[in-house]
Every structure is written in structure tokens, then in C-alpha cells.
Design a protein around this ligand. Structure first.
Ligand code: SF4
Ligand code: F3S
Ligand code: FES
Length: 260
């Protein structure tokens, strides 16, 4: 057995350069620009830690959002080197030493890296009526029907969405068409279509998403699938919804034809 102690090689700490988008839309004197900050990287540093240090030590006016720091609340999504990502789950070690941060596109800018995803999500949810539509649900004393565990699992899988907005920011259609409901909205509709408690018909769902703002606006660009931090099966849900809505649309057309 060798008596030589193992040699550990300490990695040289890096100096990070963060180029951060700065703009305050409420200030007429503010101009959009990137501001550069440098800081020493530490072990296990996330973008949340880096931004917090910059705000504490260099620039108390820097705006960004974090709540849970654990990939649960969805509030910290931003463009990291151009890709929509949750900043609290991104280790600086996984990136080059120069990091460019910008706010998510599509959503209303509050300031710097902070955007109003809540307003967009609320508008989308109201437009798509993303709640269970059921007579029984209005009776608080009614017993719930038992649900097949496999079906409950499928619904739960889609419920894991944290409304971070990454799929919207990574979608060319959402960037070009303001009223497009995005993969997040289409995923929600699929979730309610699966739910046996929801008494809406296929025709009701068609009215909601059988449009260019809904499933027929999706050009299958699949950026949504690539950037979803919860790895939701968006690609298969969009394909399922498109087939279902196309069939419903054809059936509705034949039903409306006189004499049929
Ligand atoms: Fe975020 Fe994924 Fe939900 Fe889109 S579907 S809002 S990317 S969690
Ligand atoms: Fe957009 Fe995803 Fe469709 S990126 S175009 S919603 S496949
Ligand atoms: Fe909640 Fe990042 S702070 S998901």
C-alpha cells in the first residue's frame, strides 16, 4: 500500500463577467443597454447567488425576481446567453466565464430582468377557462368520484407546469403573435380534456383552442419542449391536441351541413 497522500488539485477560481440588460420602462430617461459586472465565482454558485451579490455589493437598483430558489415558483426565468432558463437552478460552473442575462421576451417588462409573467398567465387562463367545468364541483358537499390512478397520474404529469414562461419566450409563434396562448396554455387545455370531472364537450374545447391563437397557430417549432425546465411532454401533448381538434373541427363542419 502506498503511503503517499493523494494530491488534490484546486481549480483556480474564475472571475465571472456578467453582462446584464438594464432598462426601466417607467423612467423616460432610461435607455435599454447591457451593463457589465465582474465577481469572483465560488463553489456551487448559482445565478441567483451571483445576482444577489451584485445587488448587495455593487448595484442595489438591479431588478430581478426570485421567490423559492428551488425551481418551484417559476419567477426567476430569464434569458441566459439567449436561452430561457430558471436562473435559480443554473450553476455558473455550467456556463462560460462571460454570461449574458436578459429578460424574457413576450412578457411585459417591469425593469431590468424582471417581467410580469403573472399578468400574461392570468389573461391566458381567463381566455381558456382553465378550471374544471362541472355542476358537481359547484356543490361543495358532493362526493368526488374515484379516478383511475393511471389517469390521475397523467393529469398530475401535466399539472407540474410552474408557469415560468420559458416555453412562451422560446416560441417563435408567441413572439410574433401576441394573442397566441403558447405551449403552457395548450398544455393546460389538454389537462382539462383528460379530466373526467370537466363536463365541457370536444366542441367547447374546439371553440377555445381550435384557432390560430390556439393549436392551429402552433408551427411545431418545438422550442417549448427544449426549454421547459420541468421536462413536460409538450411535443406529444401538442400533437395529441392538434389531432383531436382537427377531428372535432371536421365533425362539426359535417354536423352543420344542411340535410345531414
Ligand atoms: Fe414553464 Fe414548462 Fe410550464 Fe412552459 S410548460 S410555463 S416551460 S413549466
Ligand atoms: Fe411554439 Fe412549441 Fe408550437 S415552440 S410553435 S408552441 S411547438
Ligand atoms: Fe422559484 Fe427560481 S426562484 S423557480
Amino acid at each position: 500500500m502506498s503511503d503517499t497522500a493523494p494530491v488534490t488539485v484546486e481549480a483556480t477560481p474564475r472571475t465571472l463577467t456578467l453582462e446584464i440588460f438594464r432598462y426601466n420602462p417607467a423612467d423616460p430617461a432610461s435607455e435599454p443597454h447591457f451593463q457589465t459586472y465582474t465577481l469572483e465565482e465560488t463553489a456551487g454558485m448559482t445565478l441567483f447567488i451571483a445576482l444577489s451579490l451584485i445587488r448587495e455589493e455593487q448595484d442595489p437598483g438591479l431588478q430581478f425576481d426570485f421567490v423559492c430558489r428551488a425551481g418551484i415558483c417559476g419567477s426567476c426565468a430569464m434569458l441566459v446567453n439567449g436561452t430561457p432558463t430558471l436562473a435559480c437552478r443554473t450553476l455558473t460552473q455550467s456556463l462560460d466565464a462571460t454570461i449574458r442575462l436578459a429578460p424574457l421576451p413576450v412578457f411585459e417588462l417591469i425593469g431590468d430582468l424582471s417581467v410580469n409573467t403573472g399578468k400574461w398567465m392570468r389573461n391566458m387562463s381567463e381566455a381558456l377557462e382553465t378550471w374544471v367545468h362541472s355542476q358537481e364541483a359547484e356543490d361543495l358537499h358532493a362526493m368526488e368520484e374515484k379516478m383511475d390512478p393511471a389517469l390521475a397520474e397523467s393529469i398530475y404529469e401535466l399539472e407540474r407546469c410552474i408557469e415560468c414562461g420559458c416555453c412562451v419566450a422560446g416560441c417563435g409563434t408567441a413572439i410574433m403573435r401576441e394573442s397566441f396562448v403558447g405551449a403552457v396554455g395548450l398544455n393546460k387545455i389538454t389537462r382539462f380534456q383528460l379530466d373526467p370531472r370537466d363536463q365541457r364537450s370536444d366542441a367547447d374545447f374546439y371553440e377555445l383552442v381550435g384557432t390560430d391563437e390556439g393549436i392551429f397557430g402552433c408551427m411545431t417549432l418545438l422550442g417549448c419542449q427544449d426549454v421547459c425546465p420541468k421536462n413536460l411532454p409538450l411535443q406529444s401533448q401538442l400533437a395529441f391536441l392538434r389531432r383531436k381538434m382537427a377531428r372535432t373541427g371536421v365533425a362539426m363542419t359535417f354536423q352543420r351541413r344542411p340535410g345531414k
